[in-house]
Design a protein around this ligand. Structure first.
Ligand code: SAM
Length: 422
């Protein structure tokens, strides 16, 4: 009977250079085309970086090898751990540069059958291999050196956290991990307790909840990586539609893991006026004389008193990742090299241009309407407030996560003064 239902719901889909058939129960979400287009653009930059490194090593080590291009190209290995119809893997096979081998895995037998027919239909059977396994078990089988993947893509329904422990082990040193989370209600503060249970961080219902969601996911990946003497460097972190997506490089280095506490902060959020204060979990102090790095606990003035702007109490959330969430160098390369043939190319350009402008060392943001609402004044024009912040000598930027967001390194007192004078 289910066969009949699947036959009835059969649908032909064209996306990018792939053309697939989806069956009733096998997942396909057209809204995620942006996610797939963007992933292709990001991975292509990453592959180029790997190729450049390999080329320069080969040139120095054995110049004769450079003559034969295929010998110097790395064999990039990619795992799509939760592949459903296989559309993403097929597009990776057809649209990514370099020599690559892709494993498209799914726990559902129906999904794997659908993948197999789609892979054959797109003539990529020499590049994409299917696997019918629990992603966690599969990744555990690939955690030894030599078996690890260059790139692992995790695109689950809802929360990705159960896959992180095995993923951070199954990716190579300097490998790329791509992670989607769609459980936005949990990450955006509707259920802080569930967020702690799943991500090890308390979410807050605040105006900058989408950026906070990205930072919760990043701290979660970092915490899993740290258990194995590894750490992450985010290259791009995006909030889009109903999901978030992060792209992080994973490195080995037990000593570097000591820096993690200085990249994490608790968030104090005023229940009255929405002012937020970040409290880092650690500090790095460098001794100028011998450049020795020392790690320490930050000193704090006991618990948070009442908010000094409105006298209300604070809610405490976190820990969140409070270090930069993008690498501007990397984002620039994606922006410059993304193919204009991608259907969502314009959107990629738009979003990445805002991302490039974002102030990287000022986590979270105010929103214009919350600032105005708190003071019961008319919402001022964005440009007027931005100019006032700049004139006061501080940085200010938009955020890709909220149209009316104001990211700034100005202290909250300056923002409230500007708003009161408006
Ligand atoms: N990446 C796909 C794309 O871009 O079209 C969509 C993936 S879909 C959101 C999630 C898939 O994960 C489903 O097909 C489901 O069967 C699979 N899945 C869920 N739990 C799994 C597990 N433990 N191991 C492997 N696959 C799993």
């Amino acid at each position: 009977k289910s066969e009949e239902i699947n036959q009835e719901n059969e649908e032909r889909i064209k996306e990018g250079t792939a053309s697939i058939t989806t069956f009733g129960s096998v997942f396909y979400n057209p809204v995620q085309e942006f996610n797939r287009d963007l992933s292709i653009s990001v991975i292509n930059v990453y592959i180029q970086q790997i190729l450049n490194t390999k080329n320069s090593i080969t040139k120095e080590g054995n110049p004769s090898l450079v003559e034969n291009k295929s010998e110097v190209e790395p064999d990039i290995t990619i795992l799509e751990a939760l592949a459903a119809s296989g559309l993403r893997s097929i597009r990776y096979a057809r649209e990514l540069d370099g020599n690559k081998k892709i494993i498209a895995n799914d726990i559902s037998k129906k999904a794997v059958e659908s993948m197999e027919s789609n892979i054959n239909g797109n003539n990529v059977a020499n590049i994409v291999e299917t696997s019918h396994s629990d992603a966690i078990l599969l990744m555990h089988k690939h955690k030894q050196k030599g078996k690890q993947f260059d790139i692992i893509d995790l695109d689950p329904y809802g929360c990705p956290s159960i896959f992180l422990d095995s993923a951070v082990q199954a990716v190579k040193d300097n490998g790329l991990l791509l992670v989607t989370a769609t459980d936005m209600a949990i990450l955006a503060g509707n259920s802080p307790e569930t967020c702690y249970a799943k991500y090890g961080s308390v979410s807050l219902k605040i105006k900058s909840c989408h950026e906070m969601a990205l930072r919760i996911l990043l701290q979660c990946i970092e915490s899993h990586a740290n258990r194995y003497g590894r750490y992450i460097e985010p290259v791009l972190s995006l909030s889009a539609d109903f999901y978030i997506r992060v792209f992080v490089k994973v490195f080995s280095g037990a000593n570097k893991c000591k820096r993690t506490t200085s990249k994490l902060s608790m968030v104090y959020h005023c229940t009255g006026c929405g002012t937020f204060v970040l409290q880092p979990l650690g500090e790095i102090r460098t001794n100028n004389k011998n450049e020795q790095v020392k790690f320490g606990l930050p000193t704090v003035s006991v618990a948070m008193p009442l908010c000094n702007h409105c006298g209300q109490r604070y809610h405490m959330g976190g820990p969140i990742w409070s270090a930069p969430i993008h690498s501007s160098e990397f984002v620039k390369q994606v922006l410059d090299s993304a193919s204009d043939k991608l259907k969502t190319y314009k959107r990629i350009q738009g979003v990445l241009s805002v991302v490039l402008e974002e102030i990287s060392d000022s986590p979270l943001y105010f929103t214009l309407e919350k600032l105005a609402g708190t003071l019961h004044v008319e919402t001022p024009p964005m440009m007027a407030i931005r100019s006032a912040i700049l004139n006061a000598g501080y940085q200010v930027s938009f955020t890709h996560t909220n149209k009316t967001g104001i990211k700034t390194n100005a202290p909250a007192t300056v923002i409230w003064d500007i708003m009161r004078c408006w």
